[in-house]
Write a protein that binds this ligand. Sequence first.
Ligand code: ATP
Ligand code: MG
Length: 357
Amino acid sequence: MRKIAVLNQKGGVGKTTTVANVAAALAIKGQRVIAVDLDPQSHLTIHLGVDPDSFENGAYEVLTKSASIADSLVNIRENLWVLGANIDLVGAESELVSEVGRETILHEAVESISDDYDYLIIDCPPSLGLLSLNALAAVDEVIIPLQPHFLALQGLGQLLQTVTLVSKRINPSLKISAILFCMFDSRVTLSSEVKADIQNFIDNSRGTDCPWADADLIPIHVRRNVKLAEAPSYGKTIFEYEPNCHGSEDYEAIAGFLHDPASFEKNEETVEIEELLKEPAEEIMDDAVIETITEEDITESLTELVVETAEETQREIVTEKNTQPTETSEQPKYQIKEITPAETISQQTTEAKERSR
Ligand code: ATP
Ligand code: MG
């Protein structure tokens, strides 16, 4: 069984949408798939059409060991099972605080059923607490969904550090297998720029022993599509709600890529994006001494990347906003007041660096 956690402690980046629709696409392909909801908000459970008050056992009962995982899975579609979440899960973190081995409870549960299914995909809450740690201990792969805006990289250092720590102390097989861009808007230059930055970062880690050294930047990006936002309130996957839309095309292709990257056929758009990425990636590859790069260098280069990107983007956004005709009824894409000042980010990353020393 392939075990995957979809994780980003940042809220609203597309974790739940990705788990629901990738799980459904794989099940349609004939794979036996378990979708695990580890978020007390129960969004995945609801998205898949299950009332959080309707099931007897779910993620909470498994984590508190009051039910086995086999007895807690609900079969919701052909080849698709859900381990549901409800509000009880809020209490799990505090209830388990004094439990020895509390980070590996889900891992042990999952091991007991690993021969019976092909995929287990976990929707993590937007935090790096005990629930996410249980997810990281239970899986071999992490997929990080990112929304390609200028603050996309903020918090990524902390996420990578957490994965590194878990891979060193609890789960040596843990790898970041992929980064996925969600809510991608190719008309915004920024999307491509953030994407190029991430690609450079991954390229610089190739050949090192850090958990993201073999990560793929998934060559299909999930385009912004209102149907994806509407489907959850009907308890439907995108394939049931609107099979002919960008959302279903993108998630079907992403599931195909994850299942068998070799069979993935590039379309015009992915070729175009690859071309776009080539230039900066090569520049950095020439300058970098890849063999001697250390984990500290990577963390440092990431924090620099965060600051640079934020500063650059801030300049770009200010210019973009200043050139907007004031009379137009169209809303600017970005609001100045939402921008976290680069100095704040700089200060945060310096503090993070100091803490990690
Ligand atoms: P949280 O951190 O709160 O769990 P999340 O990372 O799971 O959030 P989602 O719930 O998947 O994020 O997505 C956030 C919102 O954006 C939801 O309302 C969802 O329907 C919508 N959404 C997700 N992907 C897209 C997309 N590609 N186009 C348009 N809307 C989207
Ligand atoms: Mg979610």
